[in-house]
Design a binder for this molecule. Sequence first.
Ligand code: GDP
Ligand code: ZN
Length: 458
Amino acid sequence: MLSDTIAAIATAVGEGGIAVVRISGPEAVMEVEALFRSKTPLSKAPTHTVHYGHIIDPQSQEKVEEVLVTVMRAPRSFTTEDVVEISTHGGVVAVKRVMDLLLLQNIRLAEPGEFTKRAFLNGRIDLSQAEGVIDLIRSKSDKAFSVALKQVDGQLSQNIRRLRHVLVETLAHIEVNIDYPEHDVESFTSDLIKDKSSQVMTEIDRLLHTAEQGKILREGLTTAIVGRPNVGKSSLLNTLAQGERAIVTDIPGTTRDVIEEYVTINSIPLKLLDTAGIRETMDVVERIGVERSRTAVSEADLLLIVINANEPLHEDEMALMEQIRGRQAIVIMNKMDLPAQVDRDLLLRYVPEELIVPMSVKENEGADRLEQAISNLFFSGKLESADMTYVSNVRHIALLKKARQSLVDAYEAADQFVPIDMIQIDVRLAWEHLGEIVGDTAHDALIDQIFSQFCLGK
Ligand code: GDP
Ligand code: ZN
């Protein structure tokens, strides 16, 4: 049903300075006009203009709310339909009253993601761009936000379309060959298939290579801060949490007490495990070897082991470092503002130099070195060049892998002079898998499933 007009509250529920109701569809301007008193009637308003006025109750003719109304006419809007946005005062009451009146008009409540879905169905964005919108909403760090923004911008789509173009040309060539099967043409075609498959495979490999980093930027690096009592774990956590705004999220669908805390060290988002456990040690009672922190250690992508440089290395610490050999771990040598007591040579038996980060949490010293160490571990030292496209979506990664496999099959078949019409199937599969990323060959069920992940009003 693309012909009806939909509305939803577009801002987060709760207190805020303003709230916005978004309306999209052929009747958007007319239906809002019926409730809106302003100097210019809305139907006469030029596109992309903002109008001050009041929402009135058509029954009682009473003013319900003071608002700003923005008109964006088709096709220059997010959905490509006529879109009207009503900005009301913040808080739940004002926006709800406006919403209730709208739904008494010829307007229905939008489903989650329906605005973006319309943008997709009307051809304004493709599927990977739509998924980028979900990621934008969910991003927990600046960097994750820019990754998602590039995707919305269509950079991944452009890459994929280029690859599909190569494959479609190859398919066309194969088609001709099937129609005119002469031997020398056939061997020429085998060479062409091998050539084009490896070209596309190389590109896919390059994209897949960015996936691991994209995942980190998107979801954060799961991190556990561990160490003996009093080395400065809580202090480090608090510093990190202050440096940039720490975001605490209740992930829907999980139990209420599962809370994930995100901090960023400069631009790298860390998802901290068991911060409650660390916070509690602020109390007199220290919790050593608690079952919970042990789970945190085993789940983490990254371990930050804090030691006190003002003390000799403790046997517990040596045991811990022994135990986590082979894991991604950085040793933070804290309290460098005090005279060093730790035996560096002894420490170097357990950890390489570049993974030892001298810090003074108290003096706010060394966070940049910590970021560099993390970046060395997970980004081979260089975090993002400005035009980098990261593949970060699990669905995209799976499809890229499938496409790659089909190309491997095609290459091998061509190499063994399997009949061309058999090879054609693999090339075609690769082309289809790539098409699913941008939505050209996606099924309705998949499309519904993707858009159902959206929040209301988007
Ligand atoms: P935790 O038990 O590992 O969580 O350690 P805390 O963060 O509670 O810190 C223990 C003590 O060490 C506190 O008195 C902190 O103020 C102090 N501390 C933490 N970091 C530093 C530092 O870099 N230098 C100095 N001199 N003291 C620190
Ligand atoms: Zn503590």
